[in-house]
Design a protein around this ligand. Structure first.
Ligand code: DOR
Ligand code: ZN
Length: 356
């Protein structure tokens, strides 16, 4: 296959940051994805409807003209989030989820939740209103091995929460383990999961390939090969509970290449080609469209996109870095070859409009 045309995809898990970083990364996402669920872990976090509205305005202002990109906003859940705020959020047409970060689990999660029991009243409001809970599913107990934190979260937090609130709609974000795949498959409705390109293509060896590789470090951390295989099987299975979420998370080179480097992988400019590579490895390119463009929209109760996008089977080299103010942004696969490229979208007005 040399060309693959599919419905324009959405990114159901994205970090856009703010200000100069946002201006740098937004065009790459908006060129490919029609919509994105925008993570609220700014500093300070986006905890109120008013803050989400203001953030949405800044994203729209930074968006290249004619990109046709819609940011789907989220709130950051804290132990102080009120039911009133969540009801207000559920009544807007632009807030599509509420993100649960266990405090200390990842980048900018300090304002997150320390004791899950304290957020049950909030979760009850989500269950009642149907607004999805988006979960960073890792425990933070320092005694738990870093590679076991997702599996432990299922047993100690996710399963008990869903038992108590069976109607709660949950997106288990960036799943990385066979246990997470099995757990999602075990629930009849209301639970789905996003999957990143790095967790489809790499196992934890990538972190130590010939030395310590900070640009392969994200959270949840890459896992052993058997887990990668399970996640890849889930993504390419056609099961609508699994869908695309890049977790593209830009950090300046200096913050990554440091004695205590930040977690986060920047993948936005090459994410769709990476997913295509993963699906091609499994001989399941025919299922990429469902994963990238249908399953997420269906779960969130949003219309599927009408536009189409074409991937061309053509080798290209990922840039070694992108400029970022006085620093640089190093993408996943920096300086390496990719097998698929996104064809440029015809601009309206040049006689090449798509009739799709
Ligand atoms: O690696 C990560 N980076 N995981 C997250 O959960 C957050 C993200 C970030 O914001 O940089
Ligand atoms: Zn994330």
């Amino acid at each position: 296959m040399h060309e693959l045309t599919l419905t324009r995809p959405d990114d159901w898990h994205l970090h856009l940051r703010d200000d100069v970083v946002m201006a740098r990364v937004l065009p790459a996402t908006a060129a490919v994805f029609a919509r994105a669920i925008v993570m609220p872990n700014l500093q300070p976090p986006v905890t109120t409807v008013a803050q989400a509205a203001a953030y949405r305005d800044r994203i729209r202002a930074a968006c290249p003209p004619g990109a046709g990109f819609t940011p789907l906003m989220t709130l950051y859940l804290t132990e102080a989030t009120t039911g009133e705020e969540l009801r207000l959020a559920a009544h807007t047409d632009f807030i599509h989820g509420v993100k649960l970060y266990p405090a200390g689990a990842t980048t900018h999660s300090d304002a997150g939740v320390r004791h899950i029991d304290r957020i049950f009243p909030a979760l009850e409001v989500l269950a009642e209103t149907g607004l999805p809970l988006l979960v960073h599913g890792e425990v933070t107990d320092p005694d738990v091995d870093v590679f076991d934190r997702e599996a432990r979260f299922i047993d100690t937090a996710l399963e008990p929460v869903l038992s108590r609130l069976p109607t709660l709609r949950v997106v288990f974000e960036h799943i990385t383990t066979a246990q997470a795949v099995a757990f999602v498959r075990s629930r009849a409705t209301g639970l789905a999961a996003t999957i990143t390109p790095q967790h489809l293509l790499y196992n934890r060896n990538a972190l130590f390939q010939g030395g310590l590789r900070p640009h392969y470090y994200c959270l949840p951390v890459l896992k052993a090969e058997r887990h990668r295989a399970a996640v890849l099987d889930a993504a390419t299975s056609g099961d609508p509970r699994f869908f695309l979420g890049t977790d593209s998370a830009p950090h300046a080179r200096s913050a990554k290449e440091s004695a205590c480097g930040c977690a986060g992988i920047y993948s936005a400019p090459l994410a769709l080609p990476l997913y295509a590579e993963a699906f091609e490895q499994m001989g399941r390119l025919d299922r990429l469209e469902g994963f990238a463009a249908f399953h997420g929209a269906d779960f969130y109760g949003l219309p599927r996109n009408a536009e189409r996008i074409t991937l061309i089977r053509e080798d290209w080299s990922v840039p070694a870095s992108y400029p970022l103010g006085s620093s640089e942004l190093v993408p996943l696969r920096a300086g390496e070859r990719l097998r698929w490229r996104v064809a440029p979208t015809p601009k309206p007005g040049n006689g090449q409009e798509s009739t799709a």
